[in-house]
Design a protein around this ligand. Structure first.
Ligand SMILES: Cc1cc2nc3c(=O)[nH]c(=O)nc-3n(C[C@H](O)[C@H](O)[C@H](O)COP(=O)(O)OP(=O)(O)OC[C@H]3O[C@@H](n4cnc5c(N)ncnc54)[C@H](O)[C@@H]3O)c2cc1C
Length: 413
């Protein structure tokens, strides 16, 4: 007779996919452990200005999921935590986890007095280093869990101690150490997601050399009303508002020298970006250079809106070269318009590279395909889900994550 299994499912990665898998499993009465390497849940989606197809802010989809987590005692989550080892078989895995020091305890009320007295600054990772926070910081306005973090690369710890002295809740412990611990789990779901392709590798586009060449993910923060420019879209070199903006599609993608595949989300993302700029700055002028525009389903509405907009020009042609103009730090973009056969040299204030998606760095030696994405079935009881498996948008990720939840529920009895 088989004994019904009660061990929890471990989910690695607290983006929209990991969160979805967690809540779906927990809401049928099963135990779940969700780990996330950052101090907050929400993955890449939480950093977005808005998301297609509805163009709602990330709060739309995530806030309701954070509430589901808060209300469900079957979900245990650990932030600033990674997976070091897995051993065993389905229904009987032992996992070794490491949590970074939790200097700020759960009784933090996020009152913010610590920030006022903190003398040290750090580049704000949430805004891709376009802005700064104090060494003790609230990760972003929607952060879940809603508590402060300390960046120990910048904090002077006990030799400063100002945050400890001002905290009336005794919620800061600067002597906290990392913790390594083991758990028994029945199955494991990898939802480790993606990171942006390293645009610095694409030599002719000069991402590393020219400040006003940014990537699409950086642009999500630059255009966001809670981004580095607050309500303004600012360009990095001088914090001025750009008027002429160029998007370079397939930056490194579908190119065997860099990323041989299409990441599927970059075309709708740039169309969404162009429309967001026009909404904020109706007089701005935008050019989108593309090889093929790949949009489907509800995202075709964007394409129709972009095509109607006189200030947005779609040009079929690959960008060959970007040069910087001395003092202004403007950019000269060179391409061939393949439909007219004309060579184009266009001066822009800001260039956005639509760089593709690559899988996040896996902490373990997992099975991967030729492009480094995790294969779906690692072994019985260990699955990969959504964007760590292949590029996909949020709605496909959520469907995939729900399917992974079903598999985990079936496995753990
Ligand atoms: C420029 C751009 C714009 C986009 N815009 C849209 C849009 O408007 N609409 C849309 O539908 N889709 C959009 N997408 C796609 C969308 O971002 C993805 O569908 C979504 O992020 C997938 O979520 P995920 O949870 O699978 O991965 P992620 O969002 O990447 O989350 C993965 C999480 O796992 C964590 N993690 C990674 N490794 C580990 C580890 N070893 N241990 C613990 N935690 C780990 C990460 O820190 C992260 O929090 C866009 C993509 C790009 C590039």
């Amino acid at each position: 007779m088989s004994i019904p299994h009660k061990k929890p499912t471990l989910i690695v990665g607290g983006g929209i996919s990991g969160i979805t898998t967690a809540v779906e499993i927990a809401e049928v009465g099963k135990e779940v452990i969700l780990i996330e390497q950052k101090p907050y849940l929400g993955g890449n989606v939480i950093k977005m200005n808005n998301y297609f197809p509805k163009l709602c802010p990330p709060a739309c989809g995530l806030e309701i999921n954070f509430r589901r987590i808060r209300q469900n005692p079957r979900i245990k989550y650990y932030t600033s935590t990674t997976l070091l080892e897995i051993s065993g078989e389905k229904n009987n895995f032992s996992v070794k986890l490491r949590s970074a020091p939790q200097y700020v305890k759960d009784n933090c009320t996020a009152c913010g007095k610590c920030v006022e007295v903190c003398p040290e600054e750090r580049p704000d990772e949430f805004n891709y280093n376009f802005s700064k926070t104090k060494a003790i910081y609230f990760p972003h306005e929607m952060a879940f869990p809603a508590k402060f973090s300390i960046d120990d690369r910048y904090c002077k710890k006990e030799s400063c101690n100002k945050c400890v002295e001002v905290c009336e809740y005794n919620a800061i412990d600067l002597s906290a150490k990392e913790e390594v611990f083991f758990l028994e789990v029945g199955s494991v779901v990898f939802a480790t997601g993606w990171k942006n392709y390293d645009a610095g590798l694409i030599e002719n586009l000069h991402y590393s050399d020219f400040k006003n060449v940014v990537t699409n993910v950086e642009f999500e923060r630059l255009i966001a009303s809670n981004g580095p420019g607050k309500d303004k879209l600012i360009r990095p070199s001088d914090n001025t508002e750009p008027e002429e903006i160029v998007f370079v599609q397939c930056a490194g993608s579908r190119d065997e020298n860099y990323l041989p595949y299409c990441s599927a989300v970059c075309c709708p993302a740039s169309l969404k970006h162009a429309l967001s700029i026009q909404e904020k700055y109706p007089d701005s002028k935008i050019k989108i250079f593309y090889i093929d525009l790949r949009v489907s389903g509800r995202n075709e509405d964007f394409l129709a809106k972009v095509e109607e907009n006189k200030n947005i020009e779609l040009i079929k042609g690959k960008v060959a070269k970007i040069e910087e103009v001395g003092e202004t730090k403007n950019l000269i973009v060179e391409a061939e318009d393949v439909l007219s056969g004309k060579k184009i040299k266009h001066e822009a204030d800001l260039v956005v590279l639509a760089t593709g998606i690559v899988p996040s760095d896996a902490t373990l030696n997992l099975n991967k395909d030729q492009n480094g994405f995790l294969t779906e079935i690692q072994k019985e009881g260990i699955h990969a889900v959504s964007c760590c498996k292949k590029p996909m948008d949020v709605s496909s990720s959520v469907k995939d994550a729900t399917a992974a939840a079903l598999k985990a529920i079936q496995l753990t009895g």
